[in-house]
Design a protein around this ligand. Structure first.
Ligand SMILES: [Zn+2]
Length: 366
């Protein structure tokens, strides 16, 4: 894209070194991820359900969003249902156009790309984010190139290809995929539509918090347990609940818990002894270097939450249990309810705690 000044509401700032930018860039000169310098917030001091048009899905919360719906498929307002076998509520995040919560970030990020006049984007992904970006790019008429591991699940690859995006398969680890994509960004002219780096993606994933609060008549749960790789949903929840609290719409932020896969658990490893194995069942969160690691630890510390690492056996058992109770999800998704079980055993979550667990991805793609 040609460099031109961003409108005031889209200017970028670095929380690490305080640099400010009035032209788009994918990361700060210091190497840290960027955020919008100002976050939109509502005028009203209390939520008014009459003003929130839930027929617009997650765009009902446009007062909190940095852009307008230019790439939308009616996504959001996913069901929140009782899960008595888990003594929790499940938010069915696999009920999205591409079968995962990644559509939350894809709709806002590609809407922003359209607003900025971007004509080509690149992204790296283990599958779900790639399918979401490819699909919303197609909706916006934007070209997309998606870097994926050579071992990507065929069904996820197909979702990318059928949307007209170009997959680039990279041999090696998940980090090798990111490195190849970043090199393409640095040496080419495509816009980095990254679910780990792009602040518009996190503005979108924050809508999970707005929906949970609205669906519970603005009473927040005690705890939320999400899968934790780069933390796109985890940090979205953190940012969203904080935005609601700052707006005066809720009185507190729930405790946030992150569920990682053993062997790919840098956050849990920093806080606990974790299982000495490599869990390759949860293929969607094999992230060894989360981009926003500082903010993840801050979210755990500020909310009184924690992160745990799950073994492959624990995830497979939980996946079977989910399927047997009618939740047709993918393996990565099962780390969160498996973590809830573990956190109850550890005494971190009590039987009386009111808990919401997002189920993040559909079994139809796995
Ligand atoms: Zn910086």
């Amino acid at each position: 894209m040609s460099a031109h000044s961003l409108p005031a509401h889209l200017r970028l700032a670095c929380p690490t070194c305080d640099s400010a930018y009035d032209e788009w860039r994918w990361r700060c000169a210091c190497g840290a991820p960027l955020d919008f310098a100002t976050a939109p917030s509502p005028n009203a001091a209390t939520p008014d359900d009459a003003d929130l048009d839930y027929r617009n899905g997650l765009w009902a919360f446009d007062e909190f969003l940095p852009t307008d719906p230019r790439a939308t498929l009616g996504e959001g307002m996913t069901p929140l249902v009782d899960a008595p076998e888990w003594n929790a509520s499940f938010k069915l995040e696999y009920v999205f156009p591409t079968g995962s919560f990644k559509d939350r970030g894809a709709t806002t990020m590609l809407s922003l790309a359209a607003e900025l006049g971007i004509d080509r984007v690149v992204e790296d992904s283990s599958g779900n984010a790639g399918a979401a970006v490819a699909t919303y790019a197609a909706r916006a008429g934007i070209e997309a190139e998606i870097y994926v591991p050579a071992s990507v699940k065929p069904s996820k690859l197909k979702a990318i290809e059928r949307a007209g995006a170009k997959p680039v398969r990279v041999e090696g680890t998940r980090q090798d995929v990111t490195d190849a994509c970043v090199e393409a960004v640095e040496t080419g002219d495509a816009w980095y539509a990254s679910h780990a780096w792009n602040p518009a993606f996190f503005a979108g994933t924050a809508t999970v918090a707005y929906e949970i609060a609205a669906q519970r008549d603005w009473n927040v749960p005690d705890a939320i347990v999400t899968p934790l790789g780069h933390g796109t949903l985890f940090l979205g929840a953190y940012r969203g609940f904080r935005a609601l609290r700052d707006a005066g719409w809720i009185d507190r932020v729930p405790r946030l818990y992150g569920a990682q896969a053993a062997g790919y658990a840098p956050i849990a490893d920093a806080r606990h002894h974790t299982p000495d194995e490599t869990n390759d069942v949860a293929d969607g969160i094999q992230i060894e270097n989360p981009v926003r690691v500082t903010e993840i630890h801050e979210a755990l510390d500020e909310t009184g939450g924690d992160a745990v690492a799950l073994s492959a056996d624990a995830v497979e058992d939980e996946l079977d249990r989910l399927h047997r109770h009618g939740f047709y999800t993918e393996p990565t998704c099962a780390v969160a309810p498996a973590a809830l079980r573990e956190l109850r055993t550890m005494g971190e979550i009590d039987a009386e705690d009111d808990v919401v667990v997002p189920l993040t991805g559909s079994g139809l793609k796995s």
